[in-house]
Write a protein that binds this ligand. Structure first.
Ligand code: PPS
Length: 299
């Protein structure tokens, strides 16, 4: 079966409620193994709401820790095999748990989109470091919409206005953006090993954010190396890199939209109508009224 046949033969999954969160089977079928996952004290959990900058920060961490292992690792293994997606169970691949269990590296870098209350408890028991990336709701919603258009493994977004409503209602896969970003923000008040980052800060000054990451991780990476990593993880470079641009994933239809789409702050302005924006702002105020968390929607 060639790529086009495969894409047209895939039937998109439907959402269902799982532990109060909107989910699809590929993230819940391996649940017992996910919940029982045995984290190690030096594991680093990269946690995000989908489309907040997971791949970007994963690649930064990967290079900070492992670029010294030589170019072979960077050119032969896609990022999703180097940084396993813990709850993922995708056809033709080992499960995220199997991949993580088999990782030969130390530390192990592990990706999750789970909301804080569903993170396997061993990560907290082992006091693992957690790098959380949050992105402003409007750009996050736009990016998620385009991702669901191109990824046949995701539910059909139908159209922009339907999908925006779904985002506001918290019915997208992995549940409400609002609870996700606030949940980790609150956790950070009692669990000091969370480094809470913002996509907008990364776009504004990637070098500064890499430096902050190094301080959090206790790495004394020389400035020249940090600058090399900042350059190597630029949007344009990652978009061309087959190991980071997801072009190796068969259920993603790049003719619909690329995975590395725009990488900008403020693209929401090209999608929201004036009425949608007003309605969204009103709803946002209500949902976020009890948090100190602040986002920038433009730079
Ligand atoms: S996923 O599927 O949840 O893992 O997606 P995720 O990696 O979290 O988010 C994808 C969006 O991040 C953008 N991206 C970047 N922006 C700027 N610079 C770099 N290096 C970069 N890498 C990824 C990517 O383009 C997606 O955002 P949009 O707005 O759709 O372009």
């Amino acid at each position: 079966m060639d790529g086009a046949d495969l894409l047209s033969s895939v039937s998109r999954p439907e959402y269902f409620d799982f532990e109060g969160i909107s989910m699809i089977p590929c993230f819940t079928l391996n649940w017992a193994n996910v919940q029982n996952f045995q984290a190690r004290p030096d594991d680093i959990l990269i946690a995000t709401y989908p489309k907040a900058g997971t791949t970007w920060v994963s690649y930064i961490l990967e290079l900070l820790y492992f670029s010294k292992m030589g170019p072979e690792r960077q050119t032969s293994l896609p990022i999703y095999l180097r940084v396993p997606f813990l709850e993922g169970l995708f056809p033709g691949l080992p499960t995220g748990v199997e991949l993580a269990d088999k990782l030969p590296t130390s530390p192990r870098l592990i990706k999750t989109h789970l909301p804080v209350q569903l993170v396997p408890k061993s990560f907290w028991e082992q006091n693992c470091r957690v790098v959380y990336v949050a992105r402003n709701a409007k750009d996050n919603a736009v990016s998620y919409f385009h991702f669901d258009r191109m990824n046949m493994g995701q539910p059909d977004p139908v159209d922009w206005s339907t999908d925006l409503q779904k985002f506001m209602d918290g019915r997208k896969v992995f549940g409400p953006w609002y609870d996700h970003v606030c949940g980790y923000w609150e956790k950070k008040q009692t669990y000091s090993n969370i480094h809470y980052m913002f996509f907008e800060d990364m776009v504004e000054d990637t070098g500064r954010e890499v430096e902050h990451l190094c301080s959090f991780l206790g790495l004394s990476t020389p400035i020249e190396e940090r600058e090399r990593i900042t350059k190597g993880t630029h949007f344009n470079t990652m978009k061309l890199n087959k190991m980071t641009n997801y072009s190796t994933v068969p259920v993603m239809d790049f003719k619909v939209s690329p995975f590395m789409r725009k990488g900008k702050v403020g693209d929401w302005k090209n999608h929201f109508t004036v009425a949608q924006n007003e309605q969204f702002d009103e709803h946002y105020k209500q949902k976020m009224k009890n948090t100190t968390l602040q986002f920038r929607t433009e730079l």
